[in-house]
Write a protein that binds this ligand. Structure first.
Ligand SMILES: NC(=O)c1ccc[n+]([C@@H]2O[C@H](COP(=O)([O-])OP(=O)(O)OC[C@H]3O[C@@H](n4cnc5c(N)ncnc54)[C@H](OP(=O)(O)O)[C@@H]3O)[C@@H](O)[C@H]2O)c1
Length: 228
């Protein structure tokens, strides 16, 4: 594939490495080459099959709008824009492109989502729930998109309407740690996913781009990771 990768930060640079291992051609664009979406004109986008975005919450929506309007398929790993989900879904449907997003492209985290979904039953049996997440000090958004996804799926899976608070910690170079704790008067249940590196995100993003090739529609990674 011919990939345009937006963001040469911690995750984007690793995505570029994995793309090269998978024998894809990649052009990587950072912030200073893309002021006001300068890199995302229809002409500049023409040679690419898919655009992959690992940038920042403040600019991702403008990238999505430019790429979808130009008819390009997109894999969006950047978080912090989900309040605009309906707007983006309509745009994708209107322009008949392929679009996939996910707060976390790691297979392990998506397995963890399934485990949390099953454990959510605890809320129907006198347990209360809490979510804790730790990330590196430079992370722009809090709570993390992954923690919000865990909160949503537990609420959807349990009949009870517990508050399910998220507590965020920002420290050092922590890649991404998510804990779910269910507590009753009798005991505690701890669930934990601890990312050792960004490799899982990068592998997932490239395999997702390969899966999306030639497809149209609006997809959530949690619904398709089993097919990768
Ligand atoms: N879905 C997943 O699996 C997953 C995994 C990890 C991270 N993420 C999300 O991905 C995003 C990036 O994370 P990160 O840890 O890689 O952040 P990061 O290290 O801060 O990298 C972000 C990069 O985006 C660049 N950038 C900013 N504005 C841009 C623009 N308009 N055009 C092109 N590049 C631009 C920045 O360039 P400069 O350095 O030049 O400013 C920076 O290099 C965050 O939202 C994070 O939550 C998602």
């Amino acid at each position: 594939m011919n990939l345009l990768l937006l963001g040469r930060g911690k995750t984007g640079s690793l995505v570029a490495e994995v793309a090269a291992e998978h024998k894809h051609h990649t052009r990587i664009v950072g912030a200073k080459d893309n002021i006001g979406c300068a890199a995302l004109t229809a002409e500049n986008l023409a040679p690419f099959d898919t655009v992959i975005d690992f940038t920042a919450p403040h600019c991702v929506l403008s990238h999505i709008e430019a790429c979808v309007k130009a008819g390009k398929n997109m894999v969006v790993g950047t978080t912090g824009w989900y309040k605009e989900m309906d707007h983006v879904r309509k745009l994708v449907e209107q322009h008949r492109t392929g679009f996939i997003f996910g707060p976390n492209f790691s297979i392990g985290v998506n397995l963890f989502f399934d485990i949390a979904r099953i454990a959510a039953t605890a809320l129907n049996h006198d347990y209360s729930g809490q979510i804790f997440e730790r990330h590196h000090a430079h992370k722009a958004d809090a709570p993390s998109g992954t923690a919000i996804a865990i909160q949503r799926l537990i609420r959807e899976s349990a009949d009870a309407h517990e508050p399910l608070e998220i507590t965020s910690f920002r420290e050092g170079e922590v890649v991404g740690l998510h804990e779910v704790v269910f507590e009753s008067a009798a005991d505690r249940i701890y669930l934990c996913h601890d990312a050792k590196s960004r490799r899982g995100f990068a592998e997932g993003a490239i395999r997702t781009a390969e899966w999306l090739l030639g497809k149209k529609g609006f997809y959530d990674f949690k619904d398709v990771w089993r097919e990768l």
